[in-house]
Write a protein that binds this ligand. Sequence first.
Ligand SMILES: Cc1ncc(COP(=O)(O)O)c(C=O)c1O
Length: 436
Amino acid sequence: MGLFGDKTASWFQRGNRVLVNGVSSGFRYWGDDATVVIERGQGAYIFDMDGKRYIDYHLGFGPVILGHGHPAVAAAVAEAAGEGTTFAMTTRREIEAAEKVKEAVGYIEAMRFTNTGTEATLHAIRLARAATGREVIVKFEGAYHGAHDYVLFSTSGAVVSHLGSRRSPLPLQSSSGIPEAVRAMVRTVPFNDLDAMELLLRTDGHHVAALLVEPMLGNFFGLVPQPGYLEGLRRLADEHGCLLIFDEVKTGFRVALGGAEELFGVSPDLGTFAKAMGNGFPVAAVGGRQAVMDVWAGGGVTQAGTYSGNALSAAAAAATIDVLATGEPYAAIEKTGSALLDGLVRICADHGVPAQGVGHPSMVGLFLGEAPPRDFRDVVNHDEDLYGRVVMGMIRRGVFPVDDAREPMFLSAAHTDEDIATTLTAFEDALVEELG
Ligand SMILES: Cc1ncc(COP(=O)(O)O)c(C=O)c1O
């Protein structure tokens, strides 16, 4: 029997005749009998083609921080749509949205919009290379920064035993089709390991344009930096003349209005934003210190995009940030997310399953192991098999976490205390079923 109902399965078959594997992004395909087709979303819920309702902790891999179809965002976008969407010229809405982004994020002195996180990291990397005259980018094992060639190395699907030693990590292509020559421009290091970073920069620092870091590993349980770690990266970047880039595609506007800087008190040179900034509309940005952003102003460094700053995305971002700036969504998520995290860990303890709560109330990671993970390599101590089976049991019971056993669950301001209680019951029932 498939994971979803008959109508959903038949819509998948129909989709499969026109879309490769029935999807528009490879991560969405879970197999011919387990790929969902969604009819609509409302608040904290999504509905499949059978009309079955799920409490949604996938939230499109994180963007939908206010809940699906939020009225203020929908109204702003509808109004903009009636007035023309794409001019490939600067618009009033784009300027208004940029002012709100700048006001929210302390380290943004100047910025430009893009459409996706992938574009944002691509442009941030090119900008960093142009600003420093160097080519190498350092990224962290287990971090995902989008689907372009320069960052698809040692991402969270990597096999740990293939990553090489900590002192000399091997950057592993996460996809066929990435030229071998690109690998020479990428170094990978374990997160939360300043010694490894120091060693790399001591030997190779003069080639490094930027350290590209997710301040919390949003694709790996929402893992947080150890105290002093981001400060250490800041210091090392300064000592070696490279830029520090925070990829805030997941943390931005999610963990706090001011993103990781507000949470951890460390400022990068550049940041990339997307996801929660537009509550699910395709809007992204690169922003940072004026001196670095001015490299674009000087010309000769290409940043472009027909749809960048389009009216719909700008309207969505402005409306989303207005709601987030009231602080109410963050207060709600703090409460429900903490209750979820505590509840998951407690239920595991009740049933003798070793578990660690990881992440943040807005990004809840449950690591099924004896000790908290410090970096991606610790994934070998996580019971992925049990976690994956429990997630399938939750989906059958109407609760939708991200299926990937290494991803956190995302919270929105629309989740209620009752949703959390229902979720914990579904989790416990699924766990008990799997434990036999
Ligand atoms: C941290 C991070 N950076 C970049 C991206 C790429 O964003 P997009 O899927 O919008 O291209 C993602 C996507 O999940 C992400 O999590």
